[in-house]
Write a protein that binds this ligand. Structure first.
Ligand SMILES: [Zn+2]
Ligand SMILES: [Zn+2]
Length: 273
């Protein structure tokens, strides 16, 4: 039986004969059902309509994204760390070319995903590369395809291995997670942020929202917590969730000033009253 994929958000569901009546992710207040209504596809159908493209940002950081854009349109990252390759976040299409190329780069030692909007076909990726998926337990209710490859982690941080740490920031989702790799940016460190920290269109600032399509802000307290969660970590670059959303330099300072700007805006202080 097929594992249907929502064409609006990319979530893949457990196998069933008929598509679900609704996508639980799209019906929730952080997403939306498109005007054309709910439609579904499968991984096999996607292999005919989409392929993946690649972009090497720096040694050891390779973006992987669907062409043409599919569902939310995020790209994943393959991080080539000393402890093994990590797939950060996920995209729906997983074609033969991607498997061949990623295998050639040493496969995948672990997968981690920032939040449910990017779970998509993560179980397919885990099976293809015989690896495990690390998800924060706070978002377990949004797992639509349960599988033994999924490992839930609790708490504020979870080290995959030396120098690669998942950091729970919350915000957009209760279990909203970013990945810190100390070895990225030539040893100055990088943060892979998904849209838990969203790199703004100007690539100079970050913002933080409960819903991006429906423009629901977060509280000042929640955003201050996001800043505090990353205080112990040093980093130069911040990788957002689209191909072009990267802050290459001074990432730590950009986070600090972006938290301050956000808090001032929602509190109506320092020029935002
Ligand atoms: Zn959906
Ligand atoms: Zn999201």
């Amino acid at each position: 039986m097929p594992h249907f994929i929502c064409t609006a958000c990319g979530m893949q569901y457990a196998e069933r004969a008929e598509p679900p009546a609704q996508c639980l992710i799209c019906e929730e207040e952080r997403q939306y059902v498109p005007p054309r209504g709910q439609t579904w596809t499968t991984l096999a159908a996607l292999a005919h309509s989409h392929f993946n493209s690649y972009r090497e940002y720096e040694p050891g950081v390779i973006g992987i994204g669907a062409q043409p854009s599919f569902a939310i349109g995020q790209r994943a990252l393959l991080l080539r760390t000393a402890g093994g390759n990590v797939l950060w976040d996920c995209i729906a299409p997983l074609d033969r070319a991607t498997v061949t190329m990623v295998e050639g780069l040493g496969g995948i030692a672990a997968i981690a995903v920032s939040h449910p909007h990017f779970y998509t076909t993560v179980v397919e990726w885990a099976h293809a590369f015989e690896t495990t998926v690390h998800l924060n337990a706070a978002d377990r209710q949004w797992i639509m395809r349960p599988d033994s490859a999924i490992r839930l982690w609790d708490g504020d941080t979870h080290a995959l291995w030396d120098g690669v740490t998942l950091v729970r920031c919350g915000g957009h989702f209760e279990g909203g997670t970013v990945l810190h790799w100390a070895g990225g940016a030539g040893g100055r460190g990088i943060v892979c942020a998904g849209d838990i920290l969203t790199v703004c269109t100007d690539r100079k600032w970050l913002t933080f929202m409960r819903s991006y399509p429906n423009m629901i802000p977060l509280s000042a307290r929640t955003v201050e917590h996001i800043g505090r969660a990353l205080e112990p970590f040093a980093f130069e670059s911040i990788y957002g969730h689209y191909f072009d959303r990267v802050i290459a330099h001074d990432g730590k300072q950009v986070l600090e000033k972006s938290v301050a700007r956000y808090v001032a805006a929602v509190n109506g202080t320092r020029g935002y009253e």
